[in-house]
Design a protein around this ligand. Structure first.
Ligand SMILES: O=C(O)C[C@@H](O)[C@H](O)C(=O)CO
Length: 275
């Protein structure tokens, strides 16, 4: 199995289904966890030296940080509901906890803090929807903690890719700290698939092919992208959701397209203009 693929785990007595740390991923910035909680259970994360964004992927919960509390948040039964999520952000030396009012699923997104931003609730109306691409490259992005909201390093977004379509495509990368041409951002993909027996394909590759992994990804798996291009293809009959967490030396998503496939962007611009 690829070292970039983390399979979903279900451990007796544990809420945790995924755990990626900078140490386990052999990188410097991004941490990611996924948890499923039964109604009545509580999850808490100490932020330590990180800033943390806990995204309530589905279900309802009471949420709090050391100084604030938000009751009865959550308005999605599934990540495929076509609604933006609720999320809670806190910077260093705080604690985020959520108590499940229904069965819930949480994504815990982490990156180093500078301590600049106060704890806050991110509501669906704070998120930003954007659809990208044409034809079989059409996909729908929800920016949760991206250019819509400030943070020290964390970038968090959700992407729905319809059946038969491609996303993160044409392939792009962001592995050079060379703004304004490109920025360096590590990235995790937390994949969910509808219906859940489906699978998607994700390739992670560099120009010189010293890294070139193509993975069959199943529901609940995480793909780590330390560098390189990282397109996703979704088979007919299945819908894909993924949650991206990115962080790096600067909080700015500037990507570089794979030159071999850039012609597709020009052709698609022409198609869109002709429509
Ligand atoms: O546009 C998309 O298909 C989503 C991607 O941009 C995804 O968020 C990503 O690859 C970020 O680098």
């Amino acid at each position: 199995m690829s070292h970039l693929l983390s399979k979903k785990q279900t451990l007796e007595g544990s809420t945790q289904t995924q755990k990626i740390t900078p140490e386990s991923a052999n990188w410097n910035y991004v941490g990611f966890e996924a948890h499923t909680l039964r109604k009545g259970e509580t999850f808490a994360v100490e932020t330590g030296s990180n800033e943390v964004c806990v995204v309530l992927l589905n279900g309802k919960a009471d949420a709090k940080t050391n100084e604030q509390q938000w009751d009865n948040i959550g308005d999605r039964e599934s990540v495929f509901d076509q609604k933006a999520p609720f999320a809670v952000y806190a910077s260093s030396n705080d604690c985020i906890s959520m108590t499940a009012l229904t069965d819930i699923e949480l994504a815990v997104c982490q990156a180093p803090a500078k301590g600049n931003y106060p704890a806050r609730l991110i509501r669906p109306e704070d998120c930003q929807f954007e659809s990208r691409g044409v034809g079989s490259n059409r996909r729908h992005v929800c920016n949760v903690l991206f250019s819509n909201l400030e943070a020290d390093s964390l970038l968090v977004c959700e992407v729905i890719t319809p059946s038969g379509n491609w996303s993160s495509y044409p392939p792009h990368k962001h592995d050079q700290d060379a703004a304004p041409a490109e920025t360096q951002l590590e990235e995790t993909y937390y994949h969910r698939i509808d219906p859940p027996q489906g699978f998607v394909f994700q390739r992670v590759y560099t120009d010189d092919r010293s890294l070139d992994e193509t993975m069959a990804v199943e529901d609940g798996d995480v793909v780590m992208v330390p560098e390189g291009y990282h397109p996703v293809g979704v088979p007919h009959g299945y819908q894909s959701y993924y949650l991206n967490v990115m962080a790096g030396p600067s909080r700015n998503w500037i990507f570089h397209n794979d030159k071999d496939h850039e012609w597709i962007i020009e052709r698609d611009k022409k198609i869109a203009a002709d429509q």
